[in-house]
Design a binder for this molecule. Structure first.
Ligand code: AMP
Ligand code: ZN
Length: 469
């Protein structure tokens, strides 16, 4: 069955064909590890994990490469402002930029596991690939694509007629509308390949280079590492939609200049998660991370379920009530699944219909609707179970491994839960919320469903899904 993917380069759905039979190379821009990931970032990684699962479901062997940006990424896309790693280090009062990078890399990887994501085939850190980035820049220089200023080495975007095609950038309009001082930069779209350290200060992260001591620009790490670990021309490059205009346009410019390719045959982008109608941003300092969901007693996989309910190219507005709805739906699905007997057979017609949906540019909302049709339908329960176990390879909800918790609930916890239930029935929401928080403090989450209220120990669930035990 053909697999259609929406390619941002062509702005169209295209049938996917791998460049090498049965193998897919996929590069995903990883996090800048100067802080925790927020759940918006995690939505992008969930989309990429789902894409990988769909590719595998279609029988492809996927080489999934994710980088860790642990160096020299400036606060603004315009090569201005502060270095994020040094900023993180200062905020942490004492911890070095290297320690900060390690701390948030581990936290990020734990988040991915908690969300049931498959481990990438390969992680690569920018700081482990400085020589490769220097070589890439030197090769661009040899081809005449660079120039120097007092503060660094820049890529000259005027050398490429189709620079910014991915973003359908209007360069003439952009140049005419420029109000900011470009300094020594020749064109607004030119970007740093290498930035010099200040003459009078030492940076925590800096390296010698043919151009002077400093650190690489952000875009060059992805071009250098995707070339090294996939090739100058590979199958799929992914990221969030914010990367289209700058980061990915610049990666393409670098690869075009050096290799004559647009790096990847398909460019896929996930839409943003919105919170209160505003973009959630790490640099705003006030953002929602996965741990806050867990602290409120929400199973991380409920967030995965929530993301499955929206198409990856549509923005998704986050709300606690939507998350609660997802948690309840997931719990119903788990209980249905766990209640069915083993020993059934997969239903081929259902798998076909399910595949048709996921192969239509990852239409997971429709695939999920089919799953509910299966749950409520008339197939023998054992066959439902075998069929759903197979589909869970794409959903990633961990249904086959899930077990209902049958724990004795301590009397005082039950009393709190009963009081909360009474407050809820009486629509005393503040009190109900306060009691829910009190239960969370005691390590219990409350889940309301059509079948009534259920208590679930938080830590156990979080640990069980984090892959740490
Ligand atoms: P960063 O650590 O800022 O480089 O971002 C890591 C990934 O998260 C990138 O693919 C971004 O495009 C993506 N991203 C950032 N903010 C959001 C958001 N609100 N919703 C979805 N993805 C996001
Ligand atoms: Zn990148």
């Amino acid at each position: 069955m053909p697999l259609y993917l929406y390619d941002t380069w062509h702005r169209a759905l295209r049938p996917f064909e791998p460049l090498r039979p049965e193998h897919v190379g996929m590069y995903c821009c990883g996090p800048t590890v100067y802080d925790y990931a927020h759940i918006g970032n995690l939505r992008s990684y969930l989309f990429e994990d789902t894409l990988r699962r769909v590719l595998q479901f279609n029988g492809y062997a996927v080489r999934h490469v994710v980088n860790i940006t642990d160096v020299g990424h400036l606060v603004s896309d315009g090569d201005e402002g502060e270095d994020k790693m040094e900023k993180g280090s200062r905020r942490a009062g004492g911890a070095s930029a290297w320690e900060i990078a390690e701390r948030y890399t581990v936290a990020f990887q734990n988040d991915l596991r908690a969300l049931g994501m498959l481990e990438p085939t390969l992680w690569c850190r920018a700081t482990d690939h400085i020589p490769e980035q220097i070589d890439f820049i030197a090769a661009l220089e040899a081809k005449g694509f660079t120039y120097r200023t007092d503060d660094g080495v820049y890529f000259d975007t005027s050398r490429q007629d189709d620079y910014g095609y991915l973003a359908r950038l209007d360069r003439a309009g952009l140049a005419a509308g420029i109000r900011v001082d470009l300094g020594q930069k020749r064109h607004a779209t030119d970007f740093a390949l290498w930035k010099f350290s200040p003459a009078d200060a030492r940076r925590q992260m800096e390296w010698d280079s043919p151009w002077g001591r400093g650190f690489p620009g952000w875009h060059i790490e992805c071009s250098a590492m995707s070339t090294q670990y996939l090739s100058p021309w590979f199958d799929i490059h992914c990221g969030g939609e914010d990367h289209v205009a700058v980061h990915h346009s610049n990666e393409i410019a670098q690869c075009q200049a050096l290799h004559g390719t647009r790096a990847a045959n398909f460019w896929l982008h996930g839409a943003f998660l919105q919170l209160d109608d505003a973009k959630m941003s790490k640099s705003s300092g006030d953002f929602l991370r996965l741990q806050r969901l867990i602290d409120r007693g929400v199973d991380p996989l409920a967030y995965r379920y929530l993301c499955l309910t929206a198409h990856y190219r549509k923005q998704l507005s986050f709300s606690w009530s939507a998350l609660d709805g997802a948690a309840q739906a997931l719990e119903r699905l788990r209980h249905a699944y766990a209640g069915w007997p083993d020993g059934g057979r997969r239903d081929a017609a259902f798998i076909d219909a399910f595949t048709r949906e996921i192969n239509q540019d990852l239409n997971l909302p429709r695939a999920l609707a089919l799953v509910w049709g299966l749950v409520k339908g008339s197939l023998p329960d054992a066959d439902k179970k075998a069929t759903l176990a197979h589909c869970d390879q794409v959903l990633g909800l961990g249904l086959p491994g899930w077990r209902p918790h049958r724990l004795a609930i301590p009397a005082e916890i039950q009393a709190l839960a009963d009081a909360r239930e009474q407050a809820r029935q009486a629509r005393r929401w503040d009190e109900a919320d306060r009691l829910r928080a009190a239960l969370a403090e005691h390590g219990y989450a409350v889940e309301d469903s059509v079948d009534g209220m259920r208590l679930r120990p938080i830590a156990q669930s979080a640990i069980a899904h984090s892959g740490l035990c």
